[in-house]
Design a protein around this ligand. Structure first.
Ligand code: FAD
Length: 471
């Protein structure tokens, strides 16, 4: 049994920026970070050698370890409050923008590229917007600072070393199993070895910060029920990852780097949007601890493919009596995995419209070759809910007006592309929950969906705790 002032669970951007800001503000509090995975320099994915996902146990190194899902992510920092989650609706849009600028400065101090994509081409952007309007889509302006997967690891390594040098204790390979909550006050957490589930230890703390990311969402859902942490069921996004040749996306890639398009296609009028565009990038597989294989995408700063990939996501909000959005999306994912024998499914857009599955040999007949070689050709429509599939088809038709060729027969659609943002933790603008001493940050809180917004929430947390110290 031990005691610390601030206990941070999860060393993703939200957790580490909490610690960083506390230090930057001269805090004298003792800080302990608990992280299930390894230090950033020890994280490695065997797929680089094996060429296929090995479904690593006890956790996936792509999403677990210091810097969280950020280290191996594409490292695109979205510099607009309109992108990255709903935190601005909690803290105010202007303040959120101010915080993005402040947090961006920290990334620059730790070595981020000074170049910002998507600015200085106003006339070309106007033309793209005009086509978007004609197609019934909204184009969101979002300057992007692209760290690149390999550079992101270097930046987070410098941050890790900085935290260690300043005396932050980081417990790697350590999993938080439970929180200690008594009479609506959080007093600490129960930890164990993340691989063997042994060596149980209890750490008491004045402030417990849960920043366990998207992967921790269903763990947190159980804790919310168990400890009466006030929350509302959140949104889940179900969609596909689309891959086309770079030539098709050339204009938007060069002008915007990432085209953030939002539409509400008929007949359902649900929100459908593009997300995480990777010019010259690679489609990737991500494995959840419960063996669910989902598709994602990333791009390197130097190594480029001939393709561009991006996600098309449909937001699902459920109403009474259903309140298990995570379970719903998981079932969709499991069914898709079952059809793909545990692998990611890929299908050509033309085959979807033509009502047939795609065969492996047909993939080699196209200009676009899958950048995820172990994806299995098949029929994603056999597992995709009708509503989501209709939304995706109609949205792709609309995007084709902005990006001619996007709705080509050979365009590849990978599935399942799922984003779990469930369980939005109820909190005040200064991040106070109904449980005294307990805070929830970043993607696990349901308020953020990206590196920058998760980092911003961490900075806010650090500020709040350091202000308490001065008071
Ligand atoms: C492949 C990929 C590409 C992406 N690309 C981008 C991008 O280009 N731009 C962008 O803005 N966003 C991107 N994202 C999303 C981005 O990485 C996340 O939004 C961001 O990392 C969220 O930060 P976080 O701190 O909330 O959580 P995370 O980064 O997920 O960190 C949570 C940490 O908590 C740890 N943890 C979880 N449960 C426990 C537990 N019980 N005990 C101890 N530790 C625990 C995990 O191991 C993890 O390290 C990408 C994500 C992926 C997977």
């Amino acid at each position: 049994m031990s005691k610390t002032d601030v206990l941070i669970i999860g060393a993703g951007p939200a957790g580490i920026f909490t610690a960083l800001e506390l230090l930057r503000r001269g805090s004298r509090k003792s800080i302990t970070i608990v992280e299930k995975g390894r230090p950033v320099e020890k994280r490695s994915c065997p797929k680089a050698k094996t060429k296929k996902c090995m479904n690593c146990k006890p956790y996936c190194n792509i999403t677990t370890g210091f810097s969280g899902a950020g280290a191996f992510s594409d490292g695109k920092l979205s510099l607009s409050y309109e992108v990255g989650g709903d935190l601005p609706s909690l803290i105010g849009e202007d303040f959120a923008q101010e915080m993005i600028q402040y947090t961006d400065q920290i990334y620059l101090e730790f070595g981020a590229d000074t170049k910002v994509e998507g600015v200085g081409k106003e006339k070309e952007v106007k033309d793209i917007r005009k086509r978007a309007i004609q197609a019934g889509l909204k184009l969101v302006d979002c300057p992007i600072r692209h760290l690149g997967t390999e550079k992101a690891q270097e930046i987070y390594y410098r941050i890790e070393q900085y935290l260690l040098e300043k005396g932050v204790e980081i417990l790697f390979g350590c999993h938080c199993r439970d929180l200690i909550v008594e009479n609506d006050v959080c007093k600490g957490a129960v930890l164990e070895d993340s691989a063997k589930h042994t060596n149980e230890q209890v750490i008491y703390a004045d402030h417990v910060i849960v920043a366990t990311g998207r992967k921790g969402a269903d763990w947190l859902e159980k804790l919310c029920e168990q400890h009466d942490i006030a929350h509302v069921p959140g949104t889940v996004d179900i969609g596909v990852r689309v891959e086309v040749r770079n030539e098709i996306m050339e204009d938007v890639n060069n002008i915007l780097y990432e085209s953030k398009l939002i539409g509400y296609p008929l007949p359902f009028k649900n929100k459908v949007r593009t997300f995480c565009q990777n010019p010259g990038g690679f489609v990737s597989q991500e494995n959840y601890d419960n063996d669910l294989a989902v598709v994602n995408g990333h791009s390197y700063k130097d190594l480029k493919s001939q393709n561009t990939n991006l996600a098309i996501l449909c937001s699902h909000n459920f109403t009474y009596p259903f309140n298990q959005p995570i379970a719903y999306a998981q079932k969709v994912g499991e069914l898709t995995n079952m059809l793909g024998d545990g692998k990611i499914l890929v299908q050509r857009y033309g085959d979807i419209l033509g009502g047939k599955r795609t065969w492996q040999k047909e993939l080699s007949q196209s200009n676009v070759r899958p950048s995820l070689p172990d994806a299995v050709a098949g029929d994603i429509t056999a597992a995709m809910p009708y509503r989501a599939m209709t939304n995706i088809i109609n949205f792709i038709q609309a995007v084709d007006h902005v990006v001619p060729g996007f709705a080509a027969n050979e365009t590849l659609l990978y599935s399942p592309e799922l984003k779990f943002y469930s369980n939005r933790i109820k909190m005040t603008p200064d991040l106070v929950t109904n449980i005294r001493g307990l805070y929830c940050l970043g993607d696990s809180s349901g308020w953020t969906r990206g590196l920058m917004m998760a980092s911003v929430m961490g900075v806010l947390m650090g500020r709040k705790l350091s202000e308490n110290e001065k008071a």
